[in-house]
Design a protein around this ligand. Structure first.
Ligand code: PXG
Length: 302
């Protein structure tokens, strides 16, 4: 495995950062979790835009231009020789000292790791997940905007621990007013009478890239989709529920807090969305072999 750190590639065991990096000391940094399928990066531009928005919200100066970042990411993929997988792009505040003032950090650090990820066994995509509502509330946007994809995931990890303790695959997180925000690393969708609903981002969720793709898929398939505030009641009485995320992709939920959702099996709307999602990700996206293949061909011709 070749890992990119600030312009250089290192082997898996040599790739190291300073213990004085504020990403480690304070969770001061941001990231993107990006999927690539069949030699193409899914929604690269949307991920870059969200990374830059997270940085802007945190007054974090990314030491590369967007074009340079894209090139670093594509080069990392080429170096690792994977066709399908997951790439984690991290920007930390950089090396400072023992004091949380970000002004002590001279330059942000960029780390890019390309690997594989699989959240749930394939069986659960056919049977659906069992989830619980957790007691841990999603952090209030006045305290820490959940739209920032920051390195501080303790709120979500507390919720994940509750899911683990309950033997559930995921935890449904509510906001301060008791409305549904999201799961620990996924957005939530509810289907009722042929319509799809998902909480607004203002309820305290990440503006998921997969969520955005599902909004587009619903439009394309002419399934009405809206973003109203939702409660647990809407989940309990739904015909279908599914979650979306870069890691999870589109995954059905068939049980929540011991209530069987709909018929207890992935429903027809969920299956249509999953099918279209799989088609789109395998046939679109930014190809990362283009340059190297052309070079190889040119090289071969010389
Ligand atoms: N909500 C939260 C809190 C997330 O962290 C999503 C929703 C879904 O967003 P996307 O853009 O992925 O559709 C996420 C995504 C990881 C990892 O390394 C985390 C996520 C995605 C991929 C990998 O733990 N979070």
């Amino acid at each position: 495995m070749k890992i990119y750190i600030d312009g250089e590639f290192h082997g898996e065991h040599e790739a190291k950062i300073s213990v004085f990096d504020h990403g480690l000391l304070y969770g001061d940094g941001i990231f993107e979790g990006i999927r690539f399928y069949n030699g193409r990066v899914r929604r690269l531009e949307a991920h870059m835009d969200r990374l830059w928005d997270s940085a802007r919200a945190l007054c974090l100066t990314i030491p590369l231009t967007k074009a340079e970042m894209v090139e670093a990411l594509l080069e990392t993929l080429r170096q690792n020789g994977l066709e399908d997988g997951y790439v984690r792009l991290i920007v930390t505040r950089g090396v400072g000292n023992l004091g949380l003032d970000p002004n002590r950090c001279e330059r942000a650090s960029v780390i890019i790791i390309a690997s594989k990820i699989s959240l749930y066994p394939e069986e659960l995509y056919q049977k659906g997940l069992t989830i619980i509502t957790c007691a841990t509330r999603r952090v209030s946007f006045a305290a820490m905007p959940p739209a920032i994809k920051s390195l501080n995931y303790l709120n979500n990890i507390m919720a994940k621990i509750e899911a683990n303790q309950a033997g559930a695959a995921e935890a449904l997180m509510l906001n301060d007013t008791g409305h549904i925000a999201e799961c620990t690393a996924d957005n939530v969708f509810v289907v009722k009478k042929g319509r799809i609903f998902t909480p607004p981002v203002s309820a305290g969720s990440l503006r998921g890239i997969t969520r955005g793709l599902v909004l587009e898929i619903a439009d394309e398939l002419e399934i009405p989709i809206t973003e109203p505030e939702l409660t647990r009641y809407d989940v309990f009485t739904a015909d279908e529920v599914f979650l979306t995320g870069t890691a999870a992709e589109v995954v059905p939920v068939t049980m929540c807090d011991s209530r069987i959702i709909g018929e207890g099996v992935p429903g027809p709307v969920t299956l249509r969305v999953m099918k279209r999602f799989r088609e789109i990700v395998r046939t679109t996206g930014t190809p990362f072999h283009a340059a190297s293949k052309q070079e190889a061909l040119a090289g071969a011709a010389r």
